[in-house]
Design a protein around this ligand. Structure first.
Ligand code: GYE
Length: 335
């Protein structure tokens, strides 16, 4: 269990009120719950500042909707900010949340590095921070309460395991191209690492090109075009998300090749458009990554405000889909 600033702020305030009597809110940057007692007390509304990565993919849109809907349902005052895939925008948003003295800050860090200063500012202000979806590489884990999201290394391993199984008897080299997510982001780093770790067991499985497509369709298409131009014999595409795979499919078809047949495709996310392409046989295997983090996040926020203990790492449960399984699951897919 991690300790966090809010608890110490609550304790400090309690001490302040009981021992010194009239020091009110002086020196305490927190409002709402901590300064008025419990956030669950009738009449108090939790204010949550959320800094989103952007709107780069179908996954992200589903994630944003999940957070907005569940904040509404929980009756929180949500301050939502879209960073358009830029770390500087997220830092600005977090600083503005600190200034506005929100009760809790949650954010999905676009990249892993470079957060210590702003997280320290939040901690000093006594505002607890919850990481959702993506991790940070800060050594000081007291800078945030918990990290809610997927195990991206495991997702990469699942992709690698499926591929290894497909080619377990091969006597020839299998040429793989990889479309990475946003450079420096946790899902790009980890999906690459998990995949590489598993396929290393078979020396025939060769990544011949690997480049970022920034998690977008447009970039996925553009980079795949370049891959096709530079490499005559591509057997497999591993895309770190569905959107890049969908963009790449356009490039593959434009080159007169059949996605899913001439080039086997593996992707991650399992959003509706990806599942549709999988059910048509254009994507052969999808590793699911669950974007519906809203309800869990709202519960964590309430627990934090109530001073309850929160697990330092909360991993979402996920599955995988072959084309056949995608066909079956598609009609009931919510996002
Ligand atoms: O896989 C991708 C999105 O961080 C898990 O970001 C998320 C990733 C997701 O843009 O589609």
């Amino acid at each position: 269990m991690k300790r966090f600033g809010k608890m110490s702020a609550v304790l400090a305030l309690t001490f302040c009120m009981s021992v010194l009597g009239a020091c009110a809110n002086g020196g305490n940057n927190q409002t709402g719950a901590a300064s008025e007692g419990s956030a669950t007390k009738a009449g108090t509304t939790i204010t949550l500042g959320f800094s989103q990565v952007g709107a780069e993919s179908g996954w992200r849109s589903a994630n944003t909707k999940s957070i907005q809907d569940s904040a509404k349902e929980a009756g929180y005052n949500l301050k939502f900010s879209d960073a358009q895939q830029k770390q500087e925008n997220q830092i600005k948003a977090i600083r503005s949340f600190i200034q506005q003295k929100v009760d809790v800050i949650a954010f999905s860090p676009v990249v892993e590095s470079g957060w210590d200063t702003v997280l320290k500012e939040a901690k000093d202000a006594g505002i607890p921070v919850v990481l959702t979806d993506r991790a940070v590489d800060s050594k000081d884990t007291s800078l945030y309460v918990t990290f809610l999201g997927s195990d991206f290394v495991e997702e990469g391993r699942k992709a690698g395991k499926w591929l290894s199984e497909q080619y377990k008897d091969t006597k020839e080299d299998v040429n793989i191209v990889e479309l990475q997510g946003t450079t420096g982001s946790a899902p790009a780093n980890d999906r690459m690492a998990g995949f590489a770790e598993v396929i290393a067991a078979n020396p025939h499985l060769k990544v011949i090109a690997s480049q970022t497509g920034d998690f977008t369709r447009a970039k996925g298409k553009e980079v795949m075009q370049a891959f096709l131009k530079a490499n005559k014999d591509i057997d497999v595409l591993y895309a770190h998300n569905d959107d890049m795979a969908l963009g790449a499919i356009q490039a593959i078809e434009a080159a007169g090749l059949k996605p899913g047949q001439d080039i086997k495709i593996i992707s991650v996310d399992a959003v509706k458009d990806g599942m549709q392409a999988a059910s048509e046989g254009k994507i052969n295997f999808i590793v699911e990554c669950n974007p519906m983090l809203g309800p869990q996040l709202m519960k964590i926020v309430k627990d934090v405000v109530d001073g309850k203990s929160v697990e330092p790492r909360i991993v979402t449960e996920e599955t995988t889909f072959t084309s056949e399984q995608a066909k079956e699951a598609l009609p009931n897919r919510a996002y």
